[in-house]
Design a protein around this ligand. Sequence first.
Ligand SMILES: Cc1cc2nc3c(=O)[nH]c(=O)nc-3n(C[C@H](O)[C@H](O)[C@H](O)COP(=O)(O)OP(=O)(O)OC[C@H]3O[C@@H](n4cnc5c(N)ncnc54)[C@H](O)[C@@H]3O)c2cc1C
Length: 359
Amino acid sequence: MAFSFVSILLGSSLILQASASPLATSSRCCNLLDTEFKGAQKVVYPQTSEFGVLNTYFAPTSQQTPSCIFTPSNATDISRAIKLFTRRSCKFAVRSGGHHYNAGWASINDGILLSLSNLNDVIYDPISSPDSVFVGSGNRWRKVYETVEPHGFTVVGGQNADVGVGGFLVNGGISYVADQYGWAVDNVREFEIVVADGSILRANKKDNKDLFRALKGGSSNFGVVTGFTLDTIKSSVITTTFVGYPETSYDAFINAAYEYCWKGEDPKSQILFISFLNFKNGTFSLQTAASIIYADALQISSPPKVWAPFVNGSIPFLGTQVKAQGGTLGSHGRELAGVQRSGGVLPDRRFRSSQMLSF
Ligand SMILES: Cc1cc2nc3c(=O)[nH]c(=O)nc-3n(C[C@H](O)[C@H](O)[C@H](O)COP(=O)(O)OP(=O)(O)OC[C@H]3O[C@@H](n4cnc5c(N)ncnc54)[C@H](O)[C@@H]3O)c2cc1C
């Protein structure tokens, strides 16, 4: 029997319905999935410790309560599951690294959570093809950096090394080298994807060209992406610094930020402008900070022109001197992951990340 597929976008969770059969309850769907993968232990139920681990999100507010979690090992497992979901009208959500902030995007109540965490291959051959790497969509950027960077290459990936590869890429992805290499998804050479009828497709510049184009920012609208072949880039030094400013610098800071954004003339420079309320001795003060990145080595005593007002003292900053730190995308990514995960202190110990409005 032929089924007609209706694909409905709800938030960004993909819900698939087959008009030929009534909506099955989510517990019935879990049972059907268990039967389909009998003995393989790929369906995880609440009240198990594994369920708790798989259902943990960066932002606790995005956590929901699925009826069960499906943990496929490869694209074929996903294809079989998608065929079942569409045949039985089972509701499901797709989760990679769980770093999306909104409930209902990579999480679901009363449905199946499709967790991609076992799709964690990173395949790189620095001898025969140093210019590309295959990355399973359940990876975090950390593993990709750690695989590629020892060979002098890196990838256009997450600023925070713990962000998931899958969600970051299907939603665009802004890296520290965005002004030089574009969105992270611009550096995807090929997608491997399971679409609504269960077919496993490859989308690149030659095959499934329209799908390839649509996936550049297509989120979960077109299927479950199971792997990405990424272009690698030469790894170079990335310099970072973090500068905080007192309330009295507020106007000068905002004006300089405006000038920087308006003129934006140095593609190696990236600044995150941060504004937050600091609560001390019963009063609030409005403080600002700049997290500054340069995609090259530099001496802080002779900063690039676009940085100058933020580090040379013309906007008075907190403390007595600005210090910069060199590293790679991977090393900075690991450091930022530590800071953001703990909600702890930024390199400058006056600022707690939990107080910040920028992320
Ligand atoms: C601490 C922190 C730092 C961040 N830093 C950056 C940054 O530097 N640059 C930036 O651009 N963004 C950043 N983000 C935002 C982040 O990139 C997005 O939230 C991204 O979607 C997270 O990817 P994930 O795999 O962890 O997402 P998940 O929460 O697992 O998924 C996010 C969305 O993508 C869908 N999805 C995930 N994987 C797939 C797949 N394989 N196929 C189809 N759909 C899929 C999900 O269904 C969901 O709708 C940050 C977020 C946090 C919390």
